[in-house]
Design a protein around this ligand. Structure first.
Ligand SMILES: [Zn+2]
Ligand SMILES: [Zn+2]
Length: 316
């Protein structure tokens, strides 16, 4: 029997879960962002302005959903040079659509990992999903993020970091967190500030997104889909079907040159197109010792899509 890892039923909604507007240091207003993103086929934006929780329910309608959220910053202020100052940036997504919470929580010190985990725990208890952002841009290593607990997700790709010339691909931190025993999802985001106009090669909109599979665009329905992991991260490639049957995972996608399965260890599986050709499906065996599996797709332009990690004990 097929067990769908991304639900078969429902609609795919394109979402940018990391976005800055003129409310903080972005260049576009929330209304301009809504218009521009809808033109590009997006249905969802989480407005994550810095350290300021400003709900945007007034922007939501039957074709667009604004997720109420903000980005918090716990920086190592002891380091005076901002170019080398490490920081934890967390996107906090309000699960409740009312947008009425008082979320000004005291922030722990950078080196206080217990305090940081307490902060995440209190945010979770206050009804927020917490995403750990752009480890590479934050100049962080496993020493910094390896002990984080209670995360909803981490960014597997951050387009703004990529545009800044920093490695936007953050698959290594995601795998490191998984291999350290954490359960969390992965998102691709823009983290756009739009310092360059739309269409400029250095504009940071429309490069990283997730496709959420949900029955409707209703706020709580979309949040529930996020909590269940009913989405995948992408820079371009599309996943049409993902299920497991008789110990094999089956994926169908837009034309790709390479599809890989990653797990807890060195064992991997790969499908790769011949030069000049593409592939659009893959079947991989899942081994009970894999602990978790996740699949990556790379298209002919080098753009990637990443599934969430699925834990073998849940799917076999
Ligand atoms: Zn940030
Ligand atoms: Zn940001």
């Amino acid at each position: 029997m097929k067990k769908y890892l991304i639900p078969h039923e429902g609609n795919f909604y394109k979402a940018n879960l990391h976005c800055h507007s003129t409310i903080s240091d972005g260049k576009m207003t929330v209304e301009e962002l809504k218009e521009a993103y809808m033109k590009e086929g997006y249905s969802i934006i989480a407005y994550t302005d810095h350290s300021k929780y400003v709900p945007h329910n007034d922007l939501s309608d039957e074709k667009f959903l604004a997720i109420n959220s903000y980005e918090e910053d716990i920086s190592d202020w002891a380091v005076k040079d901002s170019r080398i100052r490490r920081c934890y940036h967390f996107n906090c997504y309000d699960k409740d659509p009312s947008g009425t919470k008082d979320v000004v929580l005291p922030l722990p010190e950078y080196n206080d990992i217990d305090g940081i985990n307490e902060y995440i725990d209190r945010m979770n208890k206050a009804g927020f999903l917490v995403c750990y952002n752009h480890p590479n841009w934050s100049l962080q290593t496993l020493d910094d993020y390896g002990k984080l607990k209670g995360l909803f997700a981490t960014e597997v790709f951050n387009f703004s970091a990529y545009i800044d010339g920093i490695d936007g691909n953050q698959e290594v931190p995601y795998d490191s967190l998984l291999r350290a025993g954490n359960r969390l999802f992965c998102v691709a985001t823009d983290d756009n500030h739009d310092n360059y106009e739309l269409g400029h090669p250095l504009n940071d909109s429309f490069g990283g997104f997730i496709w959420v599979k949900a029955e409707s665009l209703d706020y709580r329905t979309v949040i529930e889909a996020l909590e269940k992991g009913n989405f995948y991260a992408s820079m371009g490639p599309e996943i049409k079907e993902l299920y497991i049957e008789d110990g094999k995972v089956h994926l169908e996608c837009s034309p790709a040159r390479r599809i890989t399965l990653t797990n807890v260890g060195r064992r991997s599986e790969i499908c790769r197109a011949r030069k000049g050709e593409t592939i659009s499906s893959a079947d991989f065996t899942v081994d009970p010792d894999d602990k978790f599996i996740r699949i990556q797709i790379e298209d002919e332009h080098g753009l990637r899509a990443n599934t969430n990690a699925y834990f073998v004990e849940d799917i076999l």
